[in-house]
Write a protein that binds this ligand. Structure first.
Ligand SMILES: [Zn+2]
Length: 154
């Protein structure tokens, strides 16, 4: 899923828990569960990991994804009366942290992170491997709808 989806879901779950530690845990777990829904980025991930010459496109996607997520979180923080900035923050941290760890693994190839990367993609590819992926365009549209709904719960 996009980082904006992970961040918004983390923020909503964080609010629901009313506790920063639980917000982090629920955000973190939610990342793996929502990533199981096929969301169109398998081709991009393969471009990055397998077909090295198409890496630029994958890197650009991640960059746009990350900066857009920052803007969206700032928009929420500046336009909503966030009940608890702590649960908001820790829900988002938990929600996006798994992708940070995967990115750190890609950068460093650290064996300390290998098991985490494998676990992440066990969930991420669970249905995609069995049923195939969906077109990225539709997956992004679906996420816009999901985010539009989720942000009403903040
Ligand atoms: Zn992920």
């Amino acid at each position: 899923m996009t980082l904006t989806t992970h961040a918004t879901l983390g923020a909503v779950l964080g609010r629901a828990t009313g506790n920063p530690v639980l917000a982090f845990i629920f955000g973190f777990i939610s990342h793996f569960l929502i990533d199981m829904i096929p969301h169109g980025d398998t081709g991009l991930a393969d471009n990055f990991r397998v077909h090295k010459r198409r890496r630029k496109q994958a890197v650009a996607y991640v960059m746009v994804d990350a900066i857009f997520a920052i803007f969206f979180v700032l928009l929420l923080a500046n336009t909503r009366d966030i009940e608890s900035m702590r649960t908001f923050t820790w829900g988002i941290v938990g929600g996006v942290l798994p992708d940070l760890l995967v990115g750190l693994h890609d950068l460093t190839k650290s064996p300390l992170l290998r098991w985490f990367m494998r676990m992440h993609f066990y969930f991420h590819d669970f249905f995609v491997k069995r049923k195939g992926d969906v077109p990225l365009y539709y997956a992004l549209l679906a996420q816009v709808v999901l985010i539009a709904y989720l942000q009403t719960k903040l």
